[in-house]
Design a protein around this ligand. Structure first.
Ligand SMILES: [Fe+2]
Length: 243
């Protein structure tokens, strides 16, 4: 999937004896090291983000989606089951891409990869994952369209209100758009382990998982009718695109 990654991995391996590594985390660690220092002085993996997503790091043909997948793997794969969810949401985003204009497909799929990075202990500060993820991406130069989608994915504004974080989330403009609807559809028809669910099944699953006095539970009681409309709008756009 990653255009020229194989070649880059070979170059890193030839330079530093790392050939044969397979995970993106390892690849990125190697690329960062190869672009800055001999491999013997490899930095901690997190440091490559400081290069920013648009800066060439060993592979000029990488897309923003490629980079989003790599960042997501580095931050979310250690979280186990959530990584299965994120991979499935990214796949689902590609499936529902007809709900958005061609220009927005990259943002949609990149945001699908990145939407849950705020759960990573490496970057989480407020423990409100849409805000933590968006702040991290903004600080590292990701496109505003992707940052704002991550900030507002799947009704984050409702949970922000429950948590008293609305003013912090307002750092990121809310844009009620087809691409946000499509991201809602992708996320809320994918279960916590990556399984395909209906919207109703997904909401029921969330409500079961969190006790009634939890902000997440209260959020979904309030948000689910509004997010259902977003899902339905996205589905109508897909139907219209195929007719
Ligand atoms: Fe998600």
């Amino acid at each position: 999937m990653f255009g020229c990654i194989h070649g880059d991995r070979q170059a890193v391996g030839q330079a530093g004896g790392e050939l044969g590594r397979t995970s993106n985390q390892q690849i990125w660690s190697g690329l960062t090291a190869a672009s800055t220092t001999p491999l013997s002085g490899r930095r901690p993996p997190i440091d490559w983000y400081k290069e920013g997503p648009m800066r060439p790091v060993g592979c000029s043909s990488m897309t923003i989606v490629d980079r989003a997948e790599m960042l997501a793997e580095q931050l979310v794969a250690p979280l186990g089951r959530r990584w299965s969810h994120v991979r499935a949401v990214a796949a689902r985003a590609r499936e529902v891409a007809a709900a958005v204009s061609g220009d927005d497909v990259e943002s949609l799929v990149a945001a699908a990869w990145l939407h849950d990075i705020g759960y990573s202990e490496q970057i989480g500060h407020t423990r409100f994952h849409p805000l933590d993820g968006a702040r991290f991406l903004r600080a590292h130069g990701w496109p505003v369209s992707v940052v704002n989608l991550v900030a507002h994915h799947s009704g984050a504004r409702f949970e922000a209100e429950e948590r008293g974080l609305s003013s912090e989330l307002a750092e990121f403009p809310f844009v009620d758009s087809p691409v946000l609807d499509a991201l809602v559809l992708a996320d809320l028809t994918t279960g916590p382990g990556g399984e395909r669910l209906s919207y109703d099944e997904r909401i029921s699953e969330i409500l079961r998982r969190y006790p009634e006095d939890d902000p997440v539970h209260r959020t979904w009681v309030k948000a689910s009718p509004i997010l259902r409309e977003a899902v339905e709008r996205a589905e109508l756009r897909i139907a219209a695109a195929s007719s």
